[in-house]
Ligand binder design. Structure first.
Ligand SMILES: *Cc1c(COP(=O)(O)O)cnc(C)c1O
Length: 851
């Protein structure tokens, strides 16, 4: 053995000046939704493109000089290059066609915080739905010209790569990213030095570096602690997404929340609208309050000022899924904050309390530190309102301030190139600016069926090619024989993709019930193994490495995939990521989703499938409950709420089998002479027409803008001038209300008889003990509704009482004269609650007394 050292040297090519703007293209995530740009790189050297995982920046550092020189002389290449740049420039620099500020103020600036972001496989800092949604939000914000920055963490390892062995065991592989290869650049001071901030953790300060990512016109700032000036442990903080223990998690959340606010401050960015996407980033509230208190505010006023322009979006449908930390841990990390915020330990801890357990809950903090809160679908909005009901103890969940915005997907990212080309031809180039116009999309019906079908088939071929490649690789690694591979790939013929193909790909969390289809294997056999009308099932997805039951699902799928009769009919593909997701959602015929109701907060993969002409077969949960219209796919009605799990799974799987055998399969195989089923095409078109305009990220971000961002800007304007006069006022008023509310009582003085005639004016008279409050501090209200159906409170008509006089020195009399507008039996309620014109939501105090 010789003792010798390996030295390495990396030679980067010199980019020819004619192609110098390739670097710009490689450093803007615009390429994640502009396929032409990605094609441009791939054309230069397809093999290298694959080897660097479709990462333009890594590609440019490794491409051969000769390849670049040749391209710089190649007129066709240059023509494409120039045309891409001109599209890029007009995207970046052309003024918006909407009004310039989108209804915001010129100085407005939105800051969006999230724990993970998924734009493209070349920036692996996402794990699943949450990250991809955040990525899509940024992309749509850029498309809409919003003044938008996002803040996250730059993970050295991101989420894991997945392989699956023959026994169905998932192997999680973590690889370090070389930041030089990622589309990120350090943020610099004017003098060219790298910007750093510091965040205090117990007994030490951690130095944090700030990186910047361009997302079209928007910017994402990523925080990184992996610096020589930090201890090895601290360098590790931003190492892994959802990797470490509780300590790691709280430190990551402090870096994101506290560090994120500091980083923006250090860069001179002054957000007026703050969006917390999921509770992980909620510590930002504390840091912002601390910064405001340096301007001489009391904590209560500072919290009001912070909350007034903060939006919190929750994404979880189970209380256990909400992040929480023990009080001991909070004490360790936040003791200095009690002093800085000038509050007691108890007051501090109370910010994170929920009724049912004593831990410090990040959702509770986020809600207390924001004034608009939302779930991510209609059902999830209701579920969240119910889960969080105790934060507004006297308000019925259906009326509390938790709202919803249903998720959407960034269409340019997830719509296959073939479709955008076809739209260019059949709908005109301006389809991109008509994303939310439902009637415009009706024109999809005008696309000739055979054209439509041939695109579906071509996307399916591409998907099958991709799946075959992955399976071949999987087979080789798992020492499978060629004969075995042949058996596996028997039904995936990309040349003739005529087998009905059903896809199921998502995180293997147990509530998603990946194995529901296997409830009754006998029935499944009958369905799948039919010689005349065969079915191919494709499964993919990752389970969190700490989630054993989730990994068991993978084992179970693998086991069934290995049963001789299912071999080749049921494929389990490893390494689910954005790339595989794009392939699968656009390529399969049917997208299956069968979570346990109501646990799918929204789900987005089905939207991606639907806009590409795949047809959804899904439990009516999350977004699908809003998207399903009776002829754009198939729906499984969830069993009644309190049904026993075993029974529920039985019933829902039975519904699934029935839909497959009676509807899906006959419809697909009812082929005309032309080789496809016209009725199938019709349904696929319905799916695109109905989903494209309603579930795009443009629609989603526009709703955030209208319902939350603009009101937040407005509230900010009302709370901040004159040294936060508004915030101080509301804080003082709230304290007054809190102190008095227990003493408030109401009793009736006069109510009408329970029979009256139409047009009669009814007099209602209520006496209130206001316990020191003034009549203008409260609203006395009557709610009335016809009794014949069960109605939600917000469907009642409301009428306000007028304060008329003080009686006996201490009772305030409120009166209402009302002539009901309907006939028949009506039900009505009378209630009182605190009111101030500066409130953001009328019921934000959570106080109400019913008569
Ligand atoms: C869209 C997407 C998800 C989210 O899908 P769900 O419908 O929430 O399961 C997860 N992972 C990837 C890679 C995706 O593209």
């Amino acid at each position: 053995m010789f003792s010798k050292t390996t030295f390495t040297i990396t030679i980067n090519p010199k980019i020819p000046s004619r192609l110098e703007r390739l670097e710009e293209l490689a450093n803007n995530l615009w390429y994640s939704w502009d396929r032409a740009t990605r094609m441009l790189f791939s054309r230069l050297d397809p093999i290298l493109w694959g080897a660097v995982g479709h990462n333009p920046k890594a590609f440019l550092k490794r491409a051969d000089e000769s390849v670049l020189l040749k391209a710089a002389e190649d007129p066709t290449f240059l023509a494409t290059y120039d045309s891409i740049l001109s599209t890029f420039d007009s995207y970046l620099y052309e003024p918006s066609h909407q009004d310039k500020t989108n209804g915001l103020l010129l100085k407005d600036q939105i800051a969006y915080f999230c724990f993970e972001f998924g734009f493209h496989e070349s920036l692996p800092i996402y794990s699943g739905g949450l990250g991809i949604l955040a990525g899509d939000h940024c992309k749509a914000a850029s498309d809409l010209h919003l003044p938008f920055v996002a803040v996250g963490l730059l993970y050295r390892q991101g989420y894991f790569l997945q392989t699956i062995d023959n026994q169905g065991k998932q192997l999680a592989i973590y690889t370090d990213s070389d930041f030089e290869d990622l589309p990120v650049t350090p943020v610099l001071h004017d003098d060219g030095s790298e910007m750093r901030i510091e965040v205090a953790l117990p007994d030490r300060k951690v130095t944090v570096k700030i990186w910047m990512v361009k997302i079209g016109r928007a910017k994402l700032y990523l925080l990184d602690t992996d610096l020589p000036e930090n201890s090895p442990q601290d360098r590790n903080i931003t190492h892994k997404l959802y990797g470490g223990d509780k300590t790691m998690r709280i430190e990551q959340e402090i870096i994101l929340g506290v560090g994120g606010v500091r980083a923006l401050h250090e860069m001179g960015i002054k957000p007026t609208i703050w969006h917390i996407n999921e509770g992980h980033a909620a510590f930002m509230i504390l840091e912002r309050a601390r910064m405001l208190m340096r301007q001489n505010l009391e904590f209560d006023s500072a919290l009001e000022a912070v909350a007034a322009n903060t939006i919190f979006t929750t994404h979880t449908a189970v209380p256990a899924g909400h992040d929480h930390f023990s009080e001991e841990m909070m004490q360790t990390y936040f003791e200095p904050f009690y002093h800085d915020l000038n509050i007691t330990r108890e007051t501090f801890m109370a910010l994170g309390h929920t009724v049912d357990h004593r831990d410090f809950n990040m959702t509770a903090l986020a809600i207390r530190g924001s004034r608009t809160h939302n779930g991510v679908s209609k059902i999830h909005g209701n579920v969240s309102a119910y889960i969080c009901r105790d934060l507004w103890p006297q308000i019925e969940p259906e009326e509390n301030p938790i709202n919803y915005v249903t998720n959407g997907v960034h269409v340019p990212t997830f719509l296959a190139q073939e479709w955008s080309d076809l739209f260019d031809r059949y709908l005109g180039y301006d389809w991109r600016s008509k994303m939310c116009e439902a009637t415009f999309w009706e024109r999809i019906h005008d696309i000739p069926d055979h054209m439509f079908w041939s695109i579906r088939q071509s996307l399916k071929s591409q998907m099958l090619f991709g799946v075959r490649d992955r399976l071949a690789e999987q087979n080789t690694r798992n020492h499978g024989s060629d004969a075995h591979l042949d058996r596996l790939l028997k039904f995936t013929d990309p040349i003739n993709p005529n087998i009905l193909t059903i896809g199921f790909a998502r995180r293997f969390a147990t509530y998603k019930r990946a194995t529901l289809l296997f409830e009754n294997l006998g029935w499944l056999r009958k369905i799948v193994l039919d010689e005349e009308r065969p079915v191919l099932l494709i499964f993919a997805g990752k389970a969190h490495p700490a989630d054993e039951p989730g990994q068991d699902l993978i084992r179970r799928i693998s086991q069934i995939a290995h049963m001789p009769e299912f071999e080749g009919r049921l494929l389990l593909v490893e390494g689910y990521d954005l790339r595989l997701a794009r392939r699968l959602v656009s390529g399969v015929d049917v997208w299956l989703n069968n979570p346990i109701f109501p646990l799918e907060a929204s789900g987005t993969s089905g939207i991606k499938a639907g806009i590409n002409g795949s047809i959804n077969l899904s439990i009516l949960d999350g977004w699908w409950e809003e998207g399903y219209n009776g002829h754009n796919g198939w729906a499984i009605k969830p069993g009644p709420k309190n049904m026993e799990a075993v029974l529920r799974d039985q019933e829902e799987s039975q519904a699934l089998y029935e839909i497959l055998q009676d509807q899906v399969i006959p419809l697909y195989y009812n082929r005309s002479k032309l080789g496809y089923s016209p009725e199938w095409v019709k349904m696929a078109k319905h799916s695109m027409v109905s989903l494209l305009p309603r579930f795009s990220a443009s629609r989603m971000v526009t709703e955030y803008l209208k319902n939350f961002y603009r009101p937040a800007s407005y509230q900010h304007e009302r709370y901040t001038p004159n040294g936060f006069e508004g915030a101080r006022k509301i804080a003082i008023w709230k304290n007054r209300i809190r102190n008095a509310w227990n003493g408030v009582h109401i009793r009736r003085i006069n109510m009408p008889h329970n029979r009256a005639n139409f047009n009669d004016v009814l007099n209602f008279k209520i006496a209130a003990q206001l316990s020191g409050l003034q009549p203008e501090d409260v609203v006395m209200e009557l709610l009335i509704c016809r009794q014949y159906k069960k109605t939600r409170l917000n469907n009642f008509n409301r009428f306000c009482f007028k304060f008329t006089k003080i009686q006996d020195g201490n009772e305030h009399i409120f009166e209402l004269d009302l002539a009901p507008e309907f006939c028949g039996k009506q039900e009505y309620y009378i209630r009182i609650y605190p009111y101030h014109p500066l409130l953001t939501h009328p019921l934000e105090m959570g106080m109400m007394i019913w008569l």
